[in-house]
Design a protein around this ligand. Structure first.
Ligand code: MN
Length: 194
């Protein structure tokens, strides 16, 4: 991934309504995501020439991990959402999910559990293990990256309160349940197959 803040998302802030509200999207993108980007560049002493992934693996100091991780995770997150969701996995990823979890419903339960059981702030991830091609669900705390040394992220869901508090307050489960309406499975499939 390049070091470039996405000034405009591929959809309007209100496009994911009613599942994710416009105000949350605007603050999340313009305030939170931008701050991670700006603070990462500051912590690095300027714009790095390496990719974001390379930076995450070579700068282990917490200011870089927190902010470069936050930049990376959110840059993926916006692309993993869409107002025109197929509402279910497609293609090779659909087959891999069915093979591992029997059905989309069982996969969804496992993924939501990963998000629900992450104490405090963090992310739930579906990722492909680069060494054996297996898909795995796990969660990470804070803005830790989704193991980019060993895994390719396919789907990540932000479970920080800032991602859902305005609309869902403390009801993280309701947010996780609603987000399936706006997942960009085409993007996840692209991540899986390339
Ligand atoms: Mn966030």
């Amino acid at each position: 991934m390049k070091w470039e803040f996405p000034e405009k998302l591929q959809y309007a802030y209100d496009a994911l309504e009613p599942h994710i509200d416009a105000k949350t999207m605007e603050i999340h993108h313009q305030k939170h995501h931008r701050a991670y980007f700006d603070n990462a560049i500051k912590a690095l002493g300027g714009m790095p020439s390496s990719t974001v992934e390379e930076t995450l693996l070579s700068h282990l100091e917490s200011a870089v991990q927190n902010n470069a991780g936050g930049f990376y995770n959110h840059a993926l997150f916006w692309q993993m959402l869409t107002p025109r969701s197929s509402k279910a996995p497609i293609g090779a990823l659909k087959n891999a999910i069915d093979a591992k979890w029997n059905s989309f419903a069982e996969f969804r339960d496992a993924f939501e559990k990963a998000g629900l059981t992450r104490f405090g702030s963090g992310w739930a991830w579906l990722a492909k293990n680069k060494s054996n091609g297996e898909i795995e669900i796990f969660s990470k705390g804070n803005q830790d990256h989704p193991n980019v040394d060993t895994h390719t992220p396919l789907l990540g869901v932000d479970v920080w309160e800032h991602a859902y508090y305005l609309k869902y307050q403390n009801r993280r489960a309701d947010y996780l349940n609603a987000i399936w309406n706006v997942i960009n499975w085409e993007f996840c499939e692209e991540q899986f197959t390339t």
